[in-house]
Design a binder for this molecule. Structure first.
Ligand SMILES: Cc1cc2nc3c(=O)[nH]c(=O)nc-3n(C[C@H](O)[C@H](O)[C@H](O)COP(=O)(O)OP(=O)(O)OC[C@H]3O[C@@H](n4cnc5c(N)ncnc54)[C@H](O)[C@@H]3O)c2cc1C
Ligand SMILES: Cc1cc2nc3c(=O)[nH]c(=O)nc-3n(C[C@H](O)[C@H](O)[C@H](O)COP(=O)(O)O)c2cc1C
Length: 627
């Protein structure tokens, strides 16, 4: 990686007489000159469609298109919302599509998904050639089902496959999966179009190519990027966020629990946001100020300086100009475990031979397990790694290149719009790991939430889900949740309780809840017991996994024990809700399946079909996340 002061930055800075410190990462003077007179690619046209919710597929699509242009393809990244299947004569399309919910497409992929599923005529895509990379996570039951759907459906509709389906697993290293697939894609594209194979230099481990400049004053920075500044292309700025005011932030666990779970109430009165029971709220948190300050110090950056960053297409990863403090606090993921490509870049920046060698080993394919142990099990963020390798000399510009963009954290709203129309409740367990060497790892968002005083403002937005109560309140519901998986169930029982108090008849409602002990982490226990007393809940089933020595009951065990009641309710039309970690949801499903086999004499496949039918009828809903 070479570092040069790009001609444009110096020239302008000199012309306006200010101190500008600028770096162009990974670009030589020669390359910079070439890129100033870009020629339009003359090769085949290829559209890269992205179906993305939190920006990964979009990021991949943009970097793929950029790489394609270097290889002379007329390639561009296109929002899948703009896909017009009926109008694809002779085109090549690459689909990078993420899976959400219970095997559902992202919001921007819904229209094309539906079109391919039910509207497209036989042979509709026979003039199109295609390649698909799915983005998913093996923790989820419907692993990459949307990617698989696009791949098979494009073929069914007559499309010609350019390369085998690629699958990325966000539970492991999705960037590496993508890179591996690209190694197959490029030669396949060349072969498909009958081109000579292209050989393009490796991008050197960085995420996107940026020109980053800092200025002592806002005025100076604005001189470079114009009075209006440069709009941010960050996914977090493309959401309709609002400022929600914290009106309550209290502890839910007992002091003996040794852990913390916060009940946070966010006021949405007077702001343009609403929700329905069962929705999610997405929170954009600030990074820990100490981490921000230490990292800035380590890369020699002044937090109060103004920064302008743009990629080759002029897009900015954060609104420009902004202070270095704001960029590091809000827009970059400073705390995540490092991936191989980032470690490779750190190795390049290491001055000491032994350190470089060690980092190269960690970044190598062979060193994958060592890196996992060091970075993931060891809970090390980029600052921890730079402390362990003091000869790594990284500048702010490289840091901005290396770090992924910050992502919002989603929470299942734990209030009901009937009982709390102007307040969103969040029930969040604080991520805090004490490491053997004395370091304390804190989760980004929950550490932020934990420290929020009443009166502070949180940037957030509500997101609709399909996790909804039946329209008839007398329809029985079975709610199964472990830990903070109780959150949406709380919204639901509060909702039902309000309807009951207004005279609605209640169905036979059951709550199955699991935590460690009845005293330390039984969330909202008094409220739940009152729901039983009032008849809103007919059954309360608890699983305390650490109450009785030698016994470890979890919700899935209780589901197994109470299978007769649950199946009776389901046969009678009940709706079933499961919320919590993906692993728990899988175990609950297995217990239900076993119950059906034992009590109804079903074979495995029949039990599976029974549950699948519930799912397709919207009577088996899951709100799950991976750990
Ligand atoms: C739809 C949905 C609903 C959800 N609802 C709830 C809810 O109601 N309540 C709730 O408490 N949570 C909920 N979650 C989870 C929540 O979104 C967050 O993931 C959770 O609060 C942790 O966020 P954090 O920023 O504090 O932790 P993060 O900083 O994101 O860390 C989370 C985990 O990532 C790993 N990790 C991160 N950085 C590193 C590193 N440097 N090294 C090693 N490992 C690392 C660790 O395993 C860590 O525990 C939900 C998630 C989804 C998707
Ligand atoms: C709430 C939620 C639900 C998800 N559901 C699934 C799923 O059903 N199947 C799957 O393979 N991956 C699932 N994932 C993983 C995402 O598809 C994966 O993280 C992907 O990289 C996201 O891409 P994006 O950032 O472009 O939206 C889910 C992720 C979240 C946060």
């Amino acid at each position: 990686m070479g570092f040069v002061v790009p001609a444009v930055g110096v020239g302008l800075a000199a012309a306006i007489g200010i101190a500008a410190y600028s770096y162009s990462v990974g670009a030589s003077k020669e390359k910079a000159k070439k890129s100033s007179t870009p020629s339009k690619p003359t090769g085949p046209k290829v559209d890269v469609y992205f179906g993305s919710q939190t920006g990964t597929a979009e990021e991949f699509a943009k970097s793929l298109a950029k790489e394609g242009i270097k290889r002379n393809f007329d390639m561009r990244a296109v929002d899948l919302e703009r896909f017009e299947g009926d109008d694809m004569p002779g085109q090549a399309a690459i689909f990078l599509v993420a899976t959400y919910g219970e095997g559902d497409p992202t919001d921007n992929a819904k229209a094309s998904y539906e079109w391919m599923k039910s509207e497209a005529k036989q042979g509709a895509l026979e003039d199109m050639s295609f390649a698909v990379f799915g983005l998913g996570n093996t923790q989820y039951e419907h692993y990459n089902s949307v990617g698989k759907f696009y791949d098979s459906q494009c073929e069914t509709l007559g499309g010609k496959r350019i390369v085998e389906l690629g699958l990325g697993d966000d539970d492991q290293d999705i960037q590496e999966d993508f890179n591996n697939w690209l190694e197959l894609l490029w030669p396949a594209l060349d072969a498909h179009f009958g081109l000579e194979s292209h050989d393009v230099a490796d991008s050197g481990g960085v995420e996107y190519r940026l020109q980053v400049e800092t200025y002592p004053t806002e005025k100076a920075a604005r001189k470079l990027c114009g009075a209006g500044g440069v709009a941010s292309s960050s996914a977090i700025d493309h959401q309709a966020t609002v400022g929600m005011t914290v009106t309550c932030n209290r502890e839910l666990y007992s002091p003996e629990a040794g852990r913390s779970c916060r009940h946070v109430e966010l006021d949405i009165a007077g702001v343009d946001s609403d929700y329905i029971t069962g929705d999610h709220v997405a929170i954009l948190s600030d990074n820990n100020p100490e981490l921000v300050a230490s990292l800035a110090r380590r890369v020699g950056a002044d937090l109060d300086e103004w920064v302008v960053a743009r990629d080759e297409a002029g897009a900015a990863p954060f609104p420009c100009p902004c202070t270095v403090r704001h960029a590091l606090t809000r827009y970059l993921d400073l705390n995540g475990a490092l991936k191989r490509r980032q470690v490779a870049a750190l190795a390049e920046a290491a001055g000491d031979g032994a350190e470089r060698e060690r980092l190269e080993r960690l970044a190598s394919k062979e060193g994958k397990d060592e890196l996992h142990e060091y970075a993931v099990d060891g809970r090390r963020n980029i600052l921890d790694v730079m402390r362990d390798f003091p000869s790594v000399d990284l500048k702010l510009s490289q840091l901005v290149e290396l770090l992924p963009r910050a992502q919002p954290r989603y929470y299942s709203i734990s209030s009901s719009n009937l009982t709390h129309p102007s307040s969103v409740h969040v029930t969040a367990v604080v991520v805090r790991d004490e490491m053997p060497d004395g370091r304390v790892f804190g989760g980004v968002c929950t550490t932020y939430l934990n420290g929020l005083p009443v009166g502070s403002r949180v940037t957030a937005f509500c997101r609709r889900t399909t996790f909804k109560l039946p329209s008839d309140p007398s329809t029985p519901v079975v709610m199964i949740g472990a830990g903070t998986g109780l959150a949406p169930m709380r919204g639901m029982y509060l909702h039902l309780d309000r309807l009951r108090s207004e005279g609605a008849g209640m169905g036979e409602n059951m709550l199955v809840f699991g935590c460690r002990t009845s005293k330390d982490d039984f969330l909202y226990s008094d409220e739940i017991r009152s729901m039983v007393d009032k008849g809103t809940l007919s059954h309360l089933v608890t699983a305390f996994s650490r109450e009785v020595p030698g016994q470890r009951p979890y919700v899935q065990h209780r589901v197994r024990e109470r299978a007769a009641d649950i199946i009776r309710l389901l046969d009678g039309g009940a709706h079933l809700y499961v919320c919590g970690l993906t692993a728990m949801a899988k175990d609950v499903k297995r217990s239900l399946s076993q119950g059906l086999e034992e009590l109804k004499g079903m074979k495995g496949a029949e039990a599976e079909a029974y549950l699948e039918r519930l799912h397709s009828e919207g009577r088996y809903m899951q709100d799950v996340w991976s750990s």
